[in-house]
Design a binder for this molecule. Structure first.
Ligand code: UD1
Length: 374
């Protein structure tokens, strides 16, 4: 019997793990899969709802770490996770994406000896992505996690190039596609059941969807104001569209801290909601006229769904979405955003293609490789 532990903690981890868990269940007579939730995200709307909708079992172990400074959060996860490894003695630890929980778990695994006297191997799902911007906390997380991983599962061609350039041994690297797209493809069937459009009194194609949570955008008053100003001007080009804005807790906190509520009140047709569940959010992305975001995952989801996505960042670690997908990197440049919106409104925005291996079977490929290797 082999034992695999998956470590998740923040919202985007859950949809990346769900299809891997489902695939591993096919082999449960030979592989035990345990889920450790660090508690990095703890609000019901940032965590519990995803476990429920993604049909995941309750985590086997909950570390309850919560929000702290980066160093404190990682340190706390490391202290708690070391105890788990020593007790559980897994044959492999799987980590997902680029959040603090990912890196903390990979550091502990690669320094703690397993039953055979060797460090616990680490598999990194969504390996090789690079924004080349080290002021982004996630970029540091990506680099550290990849350097420590034994199995690097890559979602797009740039990942293969980046890992090669960084001198990572080819034998550890596998181009498998994107498990977030596995979830998207699977759960799209369920969006019919979502009533979110009616609840918000909006209809298909008549609204713009927006999300914001990057520290560089929301923790900086000038940048946050710039973005809200862009929202204010959307109606100049897309008259009468509603702007649907499910607000991340970090962003809400900063809007209040910077006293920008009066600013949001002045935006026409703005609909602010709490963070939404997975199925409601997929329904909103699928039916949006276009999306404005600073999220990485949403750049990928819009590319798969071929919905125009204007990214409010200077760079992306997911270049395939802008090279062949529907993603346009606009930064916080209002003129660039409005020019793109004009193209969308006049039907001149590109359609985009779906990247290679984003076919719903990445988890199958990952589990098949791991069954052979561990
Ligand atoms: C984290 C990830 C980011 C990911 C994002 C998705 C890191 C470095 N960042 O950013 O890569 O894209 O999750 O959401 O790991 N908060 C709550 N309730 C929660 C969680 C957070 O109120 O359940 C508030 C807290 O005030 C906290 C703040 O949001 O201080 C930020 O949370 P944190 O997990 O540190 O980072 P995110 O911005 O969510």
């Amino acid at each position: 019997m082999k034992k695999i532990i998956s470590v998740v903690g923040a919202r985007p981890n859950f949809m990346k793990m769900a299809p891997v868990h489902k695939e591993l269940q096919k082999y449960k007579s030979r592989i035990i899969h345990k889920i450790v939730h660090t508690g990095q995200h703890y609000d019901k709307k940032m965590s519990d709802v995803f476990f429920k909708e993604l049909e995941l079992p309750k985590p086997d172990i909950y570390l309850g770490v919560g929000s702290k400074s980066h160093a404190e959060q990682k340190a706390q996860i490391m202290i708690e996770f070391e105890k788990i490894i020593l007790k559980e003695k897994p044959d492999l630890v799987m980590v997902y994406g680029d959040v603090n929980s990912t890196t903390a778990a990979s550091i502990v695994s690669s320094k703690t000896l397993s039953a055979n006297g060797r460090p616990v191997p680490v598999a990194h799902i969504e390996s090789g992505l690079r924004s080349f911007d080290r002021t982004m906390p996630e970029e540091i997380n990506r680099i550290i996690t990849d350097v420590l991983s034994d199995y690097l599962f890559v979602t797009e061609p740039s990942g293969m190039r980046n890992l090669k350039r960084e001198g990572i041994d080819d034998s550890k690297v596998f181009f498998v596609g994107n498990t977030m797209i596995d979830s998207l493809k699977f759960y799209l069937k369920k969006i019919k059941g979502s009533e979110i459009l009616d609840e918000l009194c909006i209809s298909k194609n008549e609204y713009v969807l927006t999300t914001l949570h990057r520290p560089s955008n929301v923790d900086d008053k000038t940048n946050l104001k710039k973005i809200l100003n862009i929202f204010k001007n959307i109606n100049r080009i897309s008259p009468d569209v509603a702007i649907v804005f499910p607000v991340h807790p970090r962003t809400l906190k900063m809007i209040d801290k910077f006293r920008l509520r009066n600013f949001t009140d002045e935006i026409n047709n703005l609909i602010i909601t709490e963070p939404l569940g997975y199925i409601d959010f997929l329904k909103l992305v699928s039916n949006a006229r276009y999306v404005l975001t600073d999220s990485g995952g949403i750049q990928e989801e819009t590319t798969y769904l071929q919905i125009p996505c204007l990214t409010l960042r200077e760079n992306t670690e997911r270049p395939v979405t802008s090279e062949i997908g529907t993603n346009e990197i606009c930064g916080l440049n209002e003129k660039a955003v409005l020019t793109c919106i004009k193209k969308i409104e006049s039907g001149k925005f590109r359609k985009g293609r779906i990247p290679k291996l984003w076919d719903g079977s990445a988890s199958e490929r990952i589990v098949s490789i791991l069954r052979e290797k561990i």
